[in-house]
Design a protein. Structure first.
Length: 226
């Protein structure tokens, strides 16, 4: 498969790219800083990468590079995320703007711009959060992050319906805790039950196979709270 992964410089994204390459897939990976991506061994697969900031207004350089390298896209994993951890009354407008720009607007723009490249039967996988899952436990300081991931979940459900004629499947995984830098930012001193590599192994499997069984679904993937 030809797969695009955002936020691939660290944590789950980096581990996911490694896992997909080990399975022999072609992967186009990007993040604000590409240094860590460039060090990944492509193994049985083929790796393309670039540095790109999802808060940029113009996505043309990114989509052009993806088009030139892959020609078509079989799967897109919107993994990149941004988190602010502070009390709601201390939140600033810039916190809202960046959180929603990275967590909601960027997937919206990336899906829109890559739409002509999606092959029939392709899979769009949005990485959401247990905090953005309706009815889940919510935590102080994470209101904006949770709200943005909730918005991404609704976008997932909506696009699955809208893209049904093109046979493009759209799902979201509402992830619980895996040991990443972002988790440490949200919950200092908390030890997650899963490593980034373990969670990435599941995400890789779901990226390749999940759309055979699910469409328009927001699925919680969690062993613990948080």
């Amino acid at each position: 498969m030809k797969i695009v992964v955002s936020g691939a410089s660290r944590g789950l994204g980096n581990a996911l790219v490694k896992n997909l390459l080990s399975l022999g897939h072609e992967v186009f990976a990007f993040a604000r800083h590409a240094d860590h991506i460039s060090k990944i061994n492509s193994g049985k697969g083929k790796l393309y990468f670039m540095a790109f900031d999802l808060t940029e207004k113009d996505f043309t350089p990114l989509t052009k590079a993806i088009s030139e390298k892959l020609q078509t896209v079989d799967a897109l994993v919107n993994n990149a995320g941004f988190l602010v951890n502070k009390p709601f009354v201390e939140m600033e407008d810039k916190d809202f703007d960046k959180t929603f720009d990275v967590n909601v607007k960027a997937p919206f723009k990336l899906i829109r711009e890559l739409f002509p490249l999606f092959s029939k039967g392709s899979h769009i996988l949005n990485i959401s959060s247990a905090g953005g899952f309706q009815g889940s436990v919510k935590f102080q300081g994470l209101s904006l992050y949770s709200a943005s991931k909730g918005a991404l979940a609704i976008l997932t459900e909506s696009l699955a319906q809208e893209f049904s004629k093109e046979a493009i499947k759209v799902n979201a995984l509402a992830l619980g805790s895996a040991q990443t830098e972002m988790l440490a930012q949200a919950f200092p001193n908390y030890k997650a039950p899963l490593t980034a590599d373990e969670m990435a192994e599941f995400i890789a499997y779901f990226t390749v196979n999940g759309h055979r069984f699910f469409n328009g679904k927001v699925l919680p993937v969690s062993l613990s709270t948080p």
